[in-house]
Design a protein around this ligand. Sequence first.
Ligand SMILES: [Zn+2]
Ligand SMILES: [Zn+2]
Length: 334
Amino acid sequence: MAAPFSWIRPEPHGIHVGPADCWIDPSRAVDRALVTHGHADHARGGHGQTVATPATLAIMDLRYNTREGATPVEYGETIRLPGGVDATYIPAGHVLGSAQILLEHAGERVVVTGDYKRRADPTCPPFEVTKCDIFITEATFGLPVFCHPPIAEEMRKLLGRLAAHPDACVLVGAYALGKAQRVIAELRAAGHHEPIYLHGAMERMCRLYEEHGVALGELRLVADHTKDEMRGSIVISPPSALNDRWSRRLPEPITAMASGWMRVRQRARQRNVELPLVISDHADWGELTRTIEEVDAQENWITHGREDALLRWCQLHQRRARALALVGYEDEDD
Ligand SMILES: [Zn+2]
Ligand SMILES: [Zn+2]
């Protein structure tokens, strides 16, 4: 009999599942990839076969034209891979289509979270705690200093600033996949029903969200409107457009940015952000440690961020843990 868990192995370019010869979120093109979600550090083009949720496949197709070899799996659905490996896709609460992947082989259960959060998000179903033997968790915000405030508080800040400057606009930098749509949906939930203006780079992803049932209200393109029409409005752009020439077409923009990194004052200053909004699609320190407790696996594998502090926390709480050294994961997404 093979040694326990010898069928799953962390390699520098992803997690390899031996009997099925497949990779989870590989950072290079492979024959068979199981993809947790559409962010660029997890989803790459060029795989022979890509197994993912329908929404993730649609996002990948939008970004890399990957319709060929796409195998859709719904949430809660199990697919049988070669070598007697079963894979079940479970909501991760990170962005539209995001999934944890439960792998089962020879009576052993491993969960790979991909990226996740525990806060409610109107754009995707919530993270589900799944019992397993090995829990492979991300650790993007794996330091006790990271404690994301309630999103309603950040919405109040944003709408308050807008109300105080009716002749200006508030320009919010947000990543095109996930963050932008969550901010828009949360603004709607907070009672803001005015048109929201978009940088052209956000349009297609917002439409894709709407096609998948996420209502975003009236969206308009900045390019189609005058400065005066945009006074007193919220404008959403990619973070890279915050300080470039493009923003000169806006009426006296007040620069905001929605990111978990806005907790770090220096990062806000680097981007000349006047209104930092601490809004993250990743678990903060409290969510990471609570999740490890609730999942209660025999062993935790920590990757994708600040592994050291979480490793130390596991040791202090008598939980077996190891840090993985995967390469090629940058947080494009937060
Ligand atoms: Zn992500
Ligand atoms: Zn990621």
